[in-house]
Design a protein around this ligand. Structure first.
Ligand code: RNT
Ligand code: ZN
Length: 423
């Protein structure tokens, strides 16, 4: 056995003993971690570009900064990058596609006319890669989204176009779910909003409710497709008003029995999604998370292992929500190696989940139920330095993925190989 593996094994043995001492079954925690799929967002690989080759700017108040070389230019390049990512993270995961990643064989197919056939290659690839797919209609980067309004546009013709896009995408979602034998979560996010204070905040919200009802009019088997709606606080160019705000979609999801999507970058800076999970789960069957990292105006920095990520994972585990919450990622960074960004963010999410699964929760619960808040705080602090890293390394070893920063060497090799071709 190589020396480094030996060290990993030894560190794990000690860590497992320490956890056992605190009443935690490390094997069970690792077992549970293998069963949590993370939905990787396809758009990290090409700066949310998609393959319509429209030549349009991103739009929708989204912005990707940076010009690191090596961005995927074709679906095959993107798939190859994602395969690389999947080989460097433990567990079995999913891919989250956007409608703008359709493969139409060079033909111009507008968004309202998209069909499952345009995602056949993605489906075949997902099947052979043994991953499930999730989906998103694309309500931006399109001439009919230029005004900043889509489903809430005043013009019924424009609304109709986007409603038809939404309907087409649910059918695609259902087809993906059927083909792969795992329900596809189809998430609706629209950019609609206004840079400055609108005179009418009510009208667009009423229109949006009507449009959404039209999109969701057809009942689709939840074993094939699950609908989600995603709120946002503001976007670039929609600073004063966003039609699909949190309150709007919370009410919509509860009354229409849809999934709510909470994007961790879409709230006021002092608000936290970790505190919202148990609140909204009272009223919802299922939740979708877009795990991201908000930094000042940007809602989409690469996810890192910080307090809020750990708190989110703790909430999912403590509340026993893992079978009702779909975990997706949503960040984009073009200033660093894009494949590495995916690996960093996904591994961070998994580390947070592992830390939460390893939490000595019983002692905390007991202290709390006895009103002993001194012990609760003391134990929470002592828990922070438990050897989760040793368990993580061992988990990676057993899952046959690189331990520690060893994955970086593979990314650098891949980068060298790929950069030659992507100029
Ligand atoms: C935008 C939303 C949305 C997008 C993706 C590309 O603010 O977070 O989820 O990031 O659909
Ligand atoms: Zn999002």
């Amino acid at each position: 056995m190589p020396k480094s593996e030996q060290i990993t094994e030894q560190a794990f043995a000690i860590a497992a003993g320490q956890y056992a001492d605190r009443g935690v079954d490390v094997e069970r925690a690792m077992q549970r971690l293998t069963s949590i799929p993370i939905s990787l967002h396809c758009w990290q690989g090409d700066d949310v570009g998609g393959f319509e080759n429209s030549g349009l700017a991103l739009g929708g108040g989204l912005a990707v900064t940076g010009n690191y070389p090596g961005k995927a230019r074709t679906p095959d390049e993107l798939r190859s990058d994602i395969e690389k990512v999947l080989s460097l993270i433990p567990g079995r995961h999913r891919l989250n596609l956007h409608a703008s990643y359709a493969e139409t064989g060079g033909r111009k197919v507008d968004r309202d006319a998209l069909e499952p056939a345009h995602f056949q290659r993605w489906t075949d690839w997902a099947r052979s890669t043994k991953i499930g797919l999730d989906f998103n209609p694309t309500f931006f980067s399109h001439p009919k989204a230029d005004s900043g309004y889509t489903l809430a546009h005043r013009d019924p013709g424009i609304r109709r176009f986007w409603i038809d896009h939404g309907i087409a995408c649910r059918k695609i979602g259902a087809a993906l779910g059927k083909a792969l034998g795992t329900p596809c979560v189809t998430n609706v996010w629209i950019p609609d909003g206004s840079k400055d204070s609108p005179a009418d905040r009510k009208g667009p919200r009423e229109l949006l409710a009507q449009s959404l009802d039209a999109v969701f009019a057809e009942t689709i088997d939840p074993a094939l497709n699950l609908d989600a709606v995603e709120a946002k606080l503001f976007g670039i160019g929609s600073e004063c008003y966003v039609v699909g705000s949190h309150e709007f979609y919370l009410g919509y999801a509860v009354t229409r029995k849809k999934l709510l999507c909470l994007d961790t970058g879409h709230f006021h800076p002092t608000e936290v999604v970790s505190d919202k999970i148990s609140a909204v789960m009272n009223w919802l069957d299922r939740l979708l998370l877009h795990v991201s990292r908000g930094v000042r105006w940007d809602s989409d920095h690469v996810v890192t292992l910080g307090d809020e990520l750990l708190a989110i994972a703790q909430e999912l585990v403590r509340g026993e929500y893992l079978n009702r919450v779909h975990i997706g990622l949503d960040f984009f960074d073009a200033s660093i190696n894009r494949v590495a960004a995916w690996v960093i963010g996904t591994r961070a999410m998994l580390k947070a989940l592992l830390a939460a699964l390893l939490e000595p929760i019983e002692a905390l619960r007991q202290a709390e139920s006895e009103g002993d808040y001194t012990s609760r705080l003391a134990l929470m602090e002592e828990n922070k330095l438990l050897p989760v890293g040793a368990v993580w390394d061992y988990f990676c070893l057993k899952q046959n993925v690189p331990v520690g920063p060893a994955w970086l060497t593979q990314i650098k090799d891949y980068e060298q190989k790929v950069r030659i071709h992507r100029r």
